[in-house]
Structures are given as structure tokens and as C-alpha cells.
Design a protein around this ligand. Structure first.
Ligand SMILES: [Zn+2]
Length: 688
């Protein structure tokens, strides 16, 4: 699920974000070589700056569209996919679809969203019922009940990574780490409007500036909604969020499954996290029947609950009023949409211009009716021949990965056996799910954009809550087929490769093998290797959280991870800001292992010969240049800083530098000691 207001902190997915885009032509590619030679800068030596060598001319000439905070290969593809999806959505409304059919739901949803005049005419009307409920809160019980009513199953630490929410708590419904055949409720921290606790707590001029702008944003939102005394209320709301931030766990700790698997009984909520009226909260959250919860950040849950009790109810009502309006601002009149964009788009991400309405309409429809739209997309854009071709690459890369496991000199046979057992049952989803989600019973009206979005979000959450206690479905998908991305689901030991990801520049039937293996091949390898990265190492072939390593092997694995973290800690996008090697470790391990497996599979596909030299580039050169070109990317400073602070992925230009860890890259480009990217053989990290 990708929706506008959410702060995305993705971990196991492939890219930092894949929102909407604006017009820009795809780069010219010569199909003779399959690489974009015009986008390269051949005056740069590959060993000095490989990203610039592969992408320098593109980097100099490409401009980030005004409605985006970043731009690059994935964005250019996602731009095309959005246009294709918009045409499918518009097509769904033609020929009077049967009421209640998926085509009718899609058409009515989009129509309501695009009806700006109707939305404008309704003004503040859609907010009134819930604002009246907030106004009627009079004691701890009714306050707790309201908090419970805002709980949504919208978080997901390990899959389609969403670590938090602006509601007080967040729910993640996933397989229990201890009993992986059953779904369990994971309770997580929430309640902040800004992306992370650091935005409230770090004492720097930059963060102080964000806080001042945020306070002004609260004041403006309240004023637009006709709330009196907006200024002092804004101060109190910021103070309260700062208190919540003070009890939050860090993003590093939140991302660490070993730190999150704490099971609490229903009674533990009352004794370990006193403050909230938990009975009222759970009842309103439709969770009163649950006997066990996974308290993902126990100290934060206790701290937030204590904050509920220690803060005057009047202050909470101010906070809840602001949160409700702010969360729903994109479905209100233009003044609210503009104000929301002004703060979250411009100030927090540095994006100058709001996207056109149709693009926001496509995003909202994807969020509300993802698989209904995805079904149309897959039918039209992902033919069986493409599915078969990608399936064959998956088989070859899995085989290459298995060979690498066999060849590891340091690994004990017992650990190898466990790793291979995991590989043998890996469930690889290509294009779209085997079974489509049902939207039966969802009420969508052609004149109620606000209500449609609320009901769709509630329905998605309700479907997840209904799974609690039920057997786990390993065929579940967490990404829509029309999303340019890919994901590993570590507890399910499964992969999703959406149909939209398998389009040029990632996969193209016309391109040479070197290029397809470096592009979609490295992505396939990346996702496979997540089953064996620092998080995947915690789960066995059944999805149970169990250490399947010998002590010596795990120590060796951890040491390799530490070395890779140091490599990324040394990259500095800005003089005052380095990458966080620990935060991005899981992704960086997947990049190294994925590229290595893809390279092996490419070489195996040549049957012992060298790949053909085309346009002056050897097969290996084409492979590595193509890999670096899939990571072409530029971002505005605010967005780049935000990604470095909160995202589990290194910014794309640094991901291109994964090549430093492969011996074959040194041979392909004659990289020598003394060059900036040179690593001595012992410093090259080979995790798998
Ligand atoms: Zn990943």
C-alpha cells in the first residue's frame, strides 16, 4: 500500500519509493548494446567514479520534474505505468459496467476523486461526524475508545515496510514468529506527524527549522477548518508530539526483528503499559477477542500509554482534531490539499510542485482498489511469454545462488543444509497473485471521494484483522501488480515481482543477456538473498524465528556484515551527513549477493564462452554498466537527507557502487590500487 500521507520507510522492498511521476521521455537505448551509451561520461575512469562513468551525461542533463522530489530510471518507468493505468481506469467506466462489479468500483472511485467542484462544494461537511465524536470525548474511557477506532492494520516491518503511522498506535497483522502457521497482531508505536523521532529530538538548526514550519502548518490547518485559538493549540500539539517522540524506539531498533518479538498476554497490556483503558481501546479496534499480542516496541507502547494518562484530555482533543483533518486533507477542498503539500511536499521533501490531479487520482485508486486495477494491468501488460522468460531467469539465479552456498569454504555443512532447505521452498510470485483479493461489499459512491477513501482503508484493515488466528496464506501478495518494485516476504519465505517491474529498463526481450541479467537478474538475486541476509538469517525454512546457524558461521556472517556497514558508513552525500551502514545493511547485503548471483547466472548462460563484444564493450562491461544504469537517480537535497536518515535503502547512486565487491568488475575495467573505488581483495565483501 502506498498512499500519499504515509511516511515510507521501506526495507525489504527494492526501492525507496515508487510514487507518481511527471512527463519525461525514457532514455534512448541502443538495442545493439542494450546500454545507454549516450548517458555515460567516458571521460571519467570507471575505478574513480563508476556511477558517473555509467550515468554522468544523464546526470548532467536530466532535470527533476517540478512535482517530484527525485528522478531516475525507476521513476521514468513508473511514469509510463501510471499513464497506462490511467487509461485502464478511464476504460473501466466506458460501456456502463454492472453496479458493484470491480470495473464499476474503479470507475466510480476515480470519478469521485476527480470531481473537484463537488469536493469544493462540500467544504468541511465530510469532517463533521468524526470531529463531533472527538468533541464528545469526556473521560479516559471515551478517549481510549477513540484511539482504538483509529487503529488500522497499516504497518508492516518485514515486507512492504511501513514502520509507523500518525495514529497513536499501529497494527501489523503477520505470521507469528514463534508459530508461523498462524497470523498474530503486532502492536507498534505511532502518533507522530513527522517521519521519525529525530525530527523532534535532534538539536540542530535544520531540524529546528522543520519544527517551526510544522508548528505553522498545524496552525494553518486548524485555521482553515475554522478552529479557534489555532496558535496556542499548535504549540501544545507540537509539545505533545515531542513527548511521544521522547518515548519512541529508534528506527534502527524498530527495524530489528530480534528486538521486536515480545509476546504479551492481554493482561500484560494493563500491567506493563498502564494509562490507556485497554478494554475500551481493544473493543473499538475490533481486537477484544485477542489473548496475545506482539509488543514490537514494549517501552514505547508503555511510554505512549503513560503519556495518554499524563496529558490533559483537552490537549488530546486538540491533537486528535488536527490529526484527523491533516490525515484526510487530500480528500478535502483545494486549500487543504495545497497546505498539506506545502508542508509535507515542499518543506519535508523539497518538491516544488503538486502533482496533477489525475496522477493523484491514479495513486488513490491504486491504494484503495489495488488488485482490482492490478488485474486489468496484468491482463494487458504482462503476457505469458514474459512470465515464462522471467521464471527461467529465477530458476537460473536460484541455481547460481545454491552453487555459491555449496562453494562457501567457511560454512559448516549443517548450516548449508538449512540454507538450501530454505531455498528449496522459496515461493516466487511473478507478475500477479494466483488468487485475487475480493472487494465484495465495499461501498463506493461516484460523489463521495472522502467517504470512499475512508471505507476502502477500513475494508483493507478489516480484511487483515479477520485473518487473526487463521492459517497463514503463503501466496499472499503485499504489492500491487502495477507497482514498479519487488519484495521479499521473509516470514512467508516468498517473493513478489509485480508485472510493472518487469518492463524496460529492467526487463526487455530485445536486450542482450548481459543487460537482462544485470537489470532484472540482479533484482531477482537481491530479493532471493533477502532470505539469507541479517534478517533472513533469523528465520528458518518454515518461517519460524530460529537461529539455524552454527555459532562460528554466524560470527563469520556478522563480521562480513560489519565490514559492509563500514563501507557504506564512509559514503557522504553531504559534508555533514554520512550514510547509515547499519540501517541499510540488509539492503546492501542483498545488493552484493544479488549482483554476484546474477553475474554467475549470466556467465553460466554463456556456456563457458565470453559474451559478445558489442559497440566496443565486452560482455562483462555491458553487464556492470547496465547494472549501474538501473540505479541512475538524482534527488533534491531535502529528500536525499530524509532518505539517508530514515530509509533502509542507500540512495541509488551508492547502490551502483556494489560492483566494488565483485572481482570481475576489477578485471572488466582494469581498476587499480590508488583509484577512489579500489578495494583490496581482502576488503571486498563476499557474504554469500
Ligand atoms: Zn531489498
Amino acid at each position: 500500500m502506498v498512499i500519499f500521507w504515509r511516511r515510507l520507510m521501506k526495507r525489504h522492498i527494492l526501492f525507496a519509493s515508487a510514487l507518481l511521476l511527471s512527463a519525461c521521455a525514457a532514455p534512448p537505448v541502443t538495442y545493439e548494446t542494450g546500454i545507454d551509451t549516450a548517458g555515460m561520461d567516458m571521460t571519467v575512469k570507471p575505478g574513480d567514479d563508476f556511477f558517473a562513468y555509467a550515468n554522468g551525461a544523464w546526470d548532467k542533463s536530466a532535470e527533476i520534474p517540478a512535482d517530484r522530489s527525485s528522478w531516475g530510471g525507476n521513476a521514468i518507468l513508473a511514469e509510463q505505468v501510471d499513464k497506462d493505468v490511467a487509461a485502464l481506469i478511464e476504460g473501466a467506466g466506458k460501456g456502463s459496467p454492472k453496479p458493484g462489479s470491480e470495473a464499476a468500483l474503479i470507475a466510480d472511485f476515480y470519478k469521485a476523486y476527480m470531481d473537484e467542484a463537488g469536493i469544493e462544494a462540500k467544504g468541511l461537511e465530510p469532517l463533521k461526524p468524526v470531529l463531533a465524536t472527538i468533541d464528545a470525548i469526556k473521560d479516559k474511557k471515551s478517549l481510549s475508545s477513540y484511539f482504538g477506532s483509529t487503529l488500522r492494520a497499516e504497518c508492516d516491518v518485514m515486507n512492504n515496510t511501513q514502520l509507523t503511522t500518525d495514529s497513536l498506535f499501529c497494527l501489523w497483522v503477520a505470521a507469528d514468529f514463534d508459530k508461523p502457521d498462524t497470523y498474530a497482531p503486532f502492536l507498534m508505536q505511532g502518533g507522530l506527524s513527522l517521519p521519525d523521532r529525530d525530527y523532534y529530538l535532534v538539536d540542530s538548526g535544520r531540524m529546528a527549522g522543520v519544527r517551526d514550519a510544522f508548528k505553522l502548518h498545524i496552525e494553518k490547518v486548524l485555521t482553515l477548518a475554522g478552529v479557534a485559538d489555532a496558535k496556542p493549540k499548535a504549540q501544545r500539539i507540537l509539545d505533545l508530539e515531542t513527548k511521544i517522540a521522547g518515548v519512541h524506539a529508534s528506527v534502527d531498533d524498530t527495524s530489528d526483528p530480534a528486538k521486536g518479538n515480545t509476546h504479551w498476554s492481554r493482561a500484560d497490556l494493563d500491567t506493563r503499559a498502564p494509562g490507556i483503558d485497554w478494554a475500551a481501546f481493544l473493543d473499538a479496534a475490533k481486537l477484544s477477542g485477542q489473548s496475545t499480542f506482539v509488543a514490537w516496541q514494549p517501552a514505547a507502547i508503555a511510554g505512549e500509554s503513560a503519556t495518554v494518562a499524563a496529558t490533559p484530555i483537552a490537549t488530546w482533543k486538540e491533537y486528535l482534531t488536527f490529526h484527523y483533518i491533516d490525515r484526510n486533507a487530500n480528500q478535502l477542498s483545494r486549500a487543504f490539499v495545497d497546505e498539506r503539500f506545502d508542508f509535507y511536499g515542499k518543506t519535508l521533501s523539497g518538491t516544488p510542485q503538486l502533482q496533477e490531479r489525475w496522477k493523484r487520482g491514479v495513486a488513490a485508486t491504486n491504494a484503495a482498489l489495488g488488485e482490482a486495477v492490478g488485474h486489468l494491468y496484468a491482463d494487458k501488460y504482462f503476457p505469458p511469454a514474459s512470465k515464462a522468460a522471467v521464471q527461467e531467469m529465477v530458476t537460473n539465479i536460484t541455481a547460481a545462488f545454491e552453487k555459491r552456498v555449496d562453494a562457501l569454504g567457511w560454512m559448516d555443512p549443517a548450516t548449508k543444509k538449512e540454507a538450501k532447505a530454505k531455498l528449496a521452498v522459496l515461493k516466487v510470485g511473478i507478475g500477479y497473485p494466483d488468487k485475487w483479493k475480493s472487494y465484495e461489499g465495499l461501498e463506493i459512491a461516484p460523489d463521495d471521494a472522502f467517504g470512499n477513501i475512508e471505507r476502502a482503508a477500513m475494508s483493507i484493515s478489516d480484511q487483515k484483522i479477520a485473518r487473526l488466528g487463521q492459517p497463514v496464506d503463503r501466496g499472499e501478495w503485499v504489492m500491487n501488480p502495477q507497482l514498479v518494485n519487488a519484495v521479499n516476504l521473509p516470514i512467508l519465505n516468498a517473493l513478489n515481482f509485480p508485472a510493472a517491474e518487469m518492463q524496460p529498463p529492467h526487463f526487455d526481450a530485445r536486450a542482450p543477456a548481459a543487460v537482462n541479467y544485470a537489470a532484472i537478474g540482479a533484482i531477482i538475486g537481491h530479493e532471493i538473498s533477502h532470505s539469507f541476509d541479517n534478517n533472513g538469517a533469523l528465520f528458518d525454512s518454515t518461517g519460524r524465528m530460529r537461529n539455524w546457524w552454527t555459532t562460528e558461521d554466524f560470527a563469520h556472517f556478522t563480521a562480513s556484515g560489519d565490514a559492509l556497514a563500514k563501507q557504506y558508513d564512509a559514503y557522504k552525500p553531504f559534508p555533514d551527513l554520512s550514510l547509515n551502514g547499519k540501517l541499510t545493511l540488509s539492503e546492501n547485503i542483498a545488493d552484493v549477493a544479488g549482483l554476484a548471483a546474477a553475474y554467475d547466472a549470466y556467465r553460466a548462460s554463456l556456456g563457458g564462452k565470453e559474451g559478445p563484444t558489442v559497440g566496443g564493450f565486452t560482455g562483462d562491461q555491458q553487464f556492470f554498466i547496465s547494472f549501474a544504469q538501473t540505479w541512475r537517480y538524482k534527488a533534491r537535497e531535502a529528500a536525499m537527507r530524509r532518505q539517508v536518515l530514515t530509509n533502509g535503502h542507500a540512495p541509488a547512486p551508492y547502490r551502483a557502487l556494489t560492483v566494488r565487491n565483485l572481482d570481475a568488475w576489477y578485471a572488466a575495467f582494469d581498476v587499480k590500487p590508488g583509484q577512489a573505488l579500489y578495494l583490496a581483495p581482502a576488503e571486498r565483501v563476499k557474504v554469500w
